[in-house]
Design a protein around this ligand. Sequence first.
Ligand code: GRF
Length: 190
Amino acid sequence: MNDANIVVLISGRGSNLSAILQSKMAGEVQAVISDNPRAAGLHIAESHDVATYVVSPSDFRSSHDWGAGLLELLTALSPRLVVLAGFMRVLPPSVVSAFAKKIINIHPSLLPHFRGLHPHRQALAAGATQHGCTVHWVSDVVDGGEIIAQESVQVFADDDEEKLAARVLAVEHTLYPKVLTNLLQTRAAG
Ligand code: GRF
């Protein structure tokens, strides 16, 4: 019987997943789901003996069917928290409403600034002097749900997108496990 509480959704590299699996939250990760069969993060999960699932749109007739497949799997796994970690698709509304206040995401900007794609590029173009990352509840507005926690980094004059992304990513890797720990503790106590 697996009494872990978290299902992590990924699409690619999986460095946030790796940070979670190297933290004290490791034992809480019940399964990893990827929409991309080639996601490197799947190998990270396997190396930690975490169950992996691929729910790829290319295996379904329509995006509606893909959403239904994802919902069916999540419902069967019944996690206390669904953690988006570099999951590059918008979740279907059916999933968001079935897991209301149970889905969190990390976005690499200080929301509400720089929502959506290329937030580091957006921050540099806007001349921001502070940038960072945000953990937030997932709602039906992309990157628009209630903010749980943020952490800032400084933007330097000689930054390019790559340097800035690396500085933010390092902060993501400490913030996400910390927020997960707090959320599970709060819920256990509540
Ligand atoms: C991270 O910057 C995360 O904030 C964003 O996508 C990136 C995923 O990186 N949503 P990784 O797959 O966790 O390495």
